[in-house]
Design a protein around this ligand. Sequence first.
Ligand SMILES: [Zn+2]
Length: 587
Amino acid sequence: MVVEEDTLLLIRRLALRNAVEHDGKAMVDKVTAKVIAVRPDLRSSVKVLIPTISAVVDEVNRLSIEEQRSSLEAIEPKERADGEHAERREQYATTLPQLPDAVMGSVVTRFPPEPNGYPHIGHAKAAIIDEEYARMYKGRFILRFDDTNPVKERREYYDAIMDGLRWLNVKPDLIKNTSDDIELLYRYAERLIEVDGAYVCTCKPDTIKRNRASSIECACRSLSRDEHMERWHKMFSEYRANQAILRFKGDMRSSNTVMRDPTLFRIIEHEHPLKGYRYRVWPTYDFAASIEDSIDGVTHALRSKEYELRNELYYAILDRLGLRKPIVLEFSRLEFEGMPVSKRMITPLIEKGLVNGWDDPRLPTLAALRRRGIKPEAIREFVLSLGFTKADTKPPFELLEAINRKMIDADATRLFMVRLDDCARVKVNRLDGVYADGTTVKIRNHPTNDALGSRIIKVRDEFYLPLSDVINAIGKEIRLIDLYNIMIERLEPSEGGYARAYAIFTGYEVKDVKKVQWVSVDDAVQITVLVPTHLYVDGAYNPKSLEIIHAYAESYAGRIGVGSIVQFVRFGFCRVDADGIFIMSHK
Ligand SMILES: [Zn+2]
């Protein structure tokens, strides 16, 4: 077998990278796994590729590590710029199964959101999987706004979706609106009427509903094609909303109720966010989605499982029109335990003021996740780690937190904070040496990341410490982190909101004693921390879903820019939301 030039180059690149990452020794099995991860289409021919991979690995392993490194740099200049992303892509590509009948270079996927709300984690899943598949097969990825229900759609939602995708680093190759194709869709409707595939029904909505439930065909169905064409034209002028609909001629006795002559077009007299009042006859999702997918060249139409029953209709419409049929694949909807994604659940909460808008940190919208300090890269990794499952997924939010924690840990400044509802003011006596008269200390901002630098804190002999730690430390030695050791001698009843305690200085050396964060009274600022938890518990709104904590923090906390992520020691990671206001990301 002749191995293609680009495959050979890929093998060489991955072998070099594997070698550089493992002290100069690439491994055949590791390189093979990587090759398949990047080019799943090669999976079936992997046996014949192995001799080539072995030969390349041998050749690479004979080079010195410096030679390997420079060879890698020579063929991998682009990857280096976007290295982390490419690496992750290769790592997670394996969790997505191959698409059926996919041809390298010709796969087209699309993400078709309706601009009727703010994008949430479920949208992120669809967009990321669609994009990943297009990249995996070196194909094209289309973002299509399915905007054919003007009552529900708003300009701000198009923008919010665009914004969310930009944040997620999802990059469509083409962006389009179904509303740009309305006149084309009219022509397909007319063609469908001509082939006796559709008819205009003027029955009352209640009658239509009843008939569909009991499999009864109405009189309109048996009128002639010409009469239907005439009625169709009247939908644009004479009929009012609810007086006429274009229906697909399906099967009123089908066990799949979707097929019982579903609506294809209806009259909606409402301003459209992009088209204004230009149209009054609007296609339904079923009609628009199947035609658009077909004419856009979509090869693999991925949609969530709740559309499963609609697949028969999707194919039937294309069949009657003689249009090319994409392969429809279903994946499970993604939402978090205790965090509803549906507008039906969220909108009333906003209206009643139970959550503060679409970016309330308790919500699974992209705006909320972003505000909470979740990284877009973490969302991508999370979505891909779940893979392409058809089973319902309601993973706990903690799964995303764990991925996010790994990503933010190395760059989050460590700071001290003491909650006001668990606070003691502690005076340290018998201080010797430099701290006796008040001075400053320099503390590293991160235990291992030097780039984060250090901060200077004014200290004298008084501190805010967690009351619970002080109570447990009476008569025992504790260490004020990065400072010195003390022993709590006594605690006095609270006065003015916090307890007073007295301690003695016991030395500088790091010991195996409890380590406690502290805020110097001379360097304290008050901050507020919002702590989001599950919005729903056992299906009911949780009134305690947002805890508001007031706390003392070191003054440095007040100088950190909005958007930064810090870790309050022994508390958790928080994102600076505004001056003095932090939102807890997670522990
Ligand atoms: Zn009828």
